[in-house]
Design a protein around this ligand. Structure first.
Ligand code: NAD
Length: 488
């Protein structure tokens, strides 16, 4: 397993490694130690990547040869699979993920690449004989250069989630990957860029931030943006993209409710609730952050969950006993704790305080223990706003209608979980929830063949599933008068 970073992580543009004038330090969030350096991208690198992607798109081998695209995507999948241990090691070192959670993330990449390889081959248009001698056909064509912007919380899974369908569709791509994971980005670039038969310029990666992302969004030469990140940034991107009427696919924030009905199997449900809170240290768009509990089981849930959360072992990825790694950096620890303190002053009752680890061997890292707050006011900021940390609120309800109303009273609509042993209720509730994904007696189960995305403020468009291709294609209607009508 590779747990050492490259000395200087570079960009991958037009089939080769590219440096920048500015270098910055990569930091291990578990220790605060510098683990390497990286080239920080700027507008110059983005523009050169866009030009390379435009040339590759004009090619035209890539956009017209679906067999080539499928072969390349399958090879990329093999490359990611073969380097799983290295990716997991770097995610532990730079992103703070425990090795189990790193594996969870990395496992998505080959699956997503293979699904999209198949999608490249199975793409089929429609056609019909409108009337005698008149044929219509609809073909899908790639839109051009795709701009891909991924966040730091899962750069491997989320970068590939956008890149694979873009390439399957026949687009070329420029990926803006986050500075917080520059070392991971460099390995992603190697695994993607050095794939046999991938033409230079088809897939380019930049390590950057909002400045480089903004260049992509505002470029007239990038007709589609596939963005994963916060709802606030998604709104800015949609507004800026309107300048060129470009299409946007937006996978945004969430505030996932976990609804425990009185007939839930708590032996099954409570460990899932704990995982929903601590996976990726609560820095997951689907983090279970709002626990809604039927009043009849509230006392049992409060007591058992408090004991389980207090027992979560927080620590670095290098310790195999760690169940939850650090937050991405210390400023985010402070930000999260400010939200908790404000909630306490606004009436939230502390069940498990958790909070920053400020003494002992973990004090140099950005660690935050899980926190459980009981609230009764659904309008509190801690209930309404994404915390992006291991902070769970608990509320009670007395009827199914009340549970649904509480769950839906949110700007977000990314995902939800329903726990019940009833046969009818879970489906009835799932249909009523304003949410792109609903799991029954489970949480965060995602499959490439099924669409993933948000209702309301959680997004526009869909990732995964067959709908994923729509962010990257134009539909073209071609009308033929082939002269098949018998002549007199
Ligand atoms: P963010 O919105 O602050 O930034 C995401 C990336 O966008 C950054 O790395 C940066 O490179 C780029 N960026 C920032 N401002 C930009 C701008 N104005 N124009 C163009 N690019 C810009 O999000 P973050 O803090 O990095 O990530 C966490 C957020 O991502 C959370 O809200 C989380 O819920 C969300 N997320 C959503 C999903 C999903 O699938 N729905 C998955 C993971 C994370």
């Amino acid at each position: 397993m590779n747990t050492t970073a490259k000395s200087t992580a570079l960009h991958w543009i037009d089939g080769g490694w590219v440096d920048s004038d500015e270098h910055r330090d990569s930091v291990n969030p578990a220790t605060g130690q510098v683990i390497g350096s990286y080239a920080m991208g700027g507008p110059k690198e983005v523009r050169s990547a866009i030009e390379a992607a435009q040339r590759a798109f004009a090619g035209p081998a890539w956009r017209t040869d679906r067999l080539l695209r499928a072969r390349v995507l399958n090879r990329m999948a093999d490359r990611f699979e073969a380097r799983t241990d290295d990716l997991v090691g770097l995610l532990g070192l730079e992103n703070g993920k425990t090795h189990d959670q790193g594996r969870l993330e990395v496992a998505f990449a080959p699956e997503t690449l293979r699904f999209n390889a198949a999608l490249a081959l199975t793409d089929a248009g429609t056609n019909s004989q409108v009337s005698d001698g008149e044929l219509s056909l609809v073909v899908r064509q790639p839109v051009g250069v795709a701009g891909i912007i991924a966040p730091w919380n899962s750069p491997v899974a989320l970068g590939i989630r956008s890149l694979a369908p873009a390439l399957a569709a026949g687009c070329t791509a420029v990926m803006n990957l986050p500075r917080q994971t520059a070392q991971v980005n460099s390995l992603i670039a190697e695994l993607v860029g050095e794939t046999e038969e991938l033409p230079p310029g088809v897939a380019n990666t930049i390590t950057g931030g909002h400045v480089t992302g903004d260049v992509l969004v505002r470029s007239a030469d990038v007709p589609t943006i596939s963005f994963t990140g916060s709802t606030a940034t998604g709104k800015d991107i949609m507004a800026a993209a309107a300048l060129h009427l470009k299409r946007v696919g937006l996978e945004l924030g969430g505030k996932t409710p976990l609804i425990l009905f009185e007939d839930a199997d708590l032996r099954l449900a409570l460990p899932v609730v704990v995982s929903a809170l601590i996976v990726f240290s609560g820095q997951f768009c689907m983090t279970g952050s709002r626990l809604l509990v039927h009043e009849r089981i509230a006392e049992q849930v409060r007591t058992e969950l408090a004991a389980m959360l207090a027992a979560v072992k927080v620590g670095p990825a290098s310790d195999p006993e760690s169940q939850m790694g650090p937050i991405i950096d210390k400023p985010n620890v402070e930000r999260i704790d400010k939200i908790v303190q404000d909630a306490m002053s606004q009436g939230a009752k502390v069940i498990v305080r958790g909070g920053p680890v400020s003494d002992g061997p973990l004090a140099a890292g950005a660690f935050y223990r899980p926190t459980l707050l009981e609230v009764s006011d659904n309008s509190l900021p801690v209930v309404q706003n994404e915390v992006f940390g291991p902070v769970l609120t608990m509320q009670t309800f007395s009827t199914e209608a009340e549970a649904i109303a509480l769950a839906n009273d949110s700007e977000y609509g990314l995902s939800a979980s329903v726990f019940s042993r009833d046969i009818d209720r879970p489906l009835r509730v799932a249909l009523a929830l304003e949410s792109g994904s609903v799991w029954v007696n489970d949480w965060a189960r995602l499959h490439d063949q099924f669409e993933e995305g948000g209702f309301k403020g959680s997004g526009v468009g869909r990732m995964r599933g067959f709908a994923v291709i729509d962010d990257f294609v134009e539909y073209k209607h071609i009308r033929l008068r082939p002269g098949t009508t018998p002549t007199a």
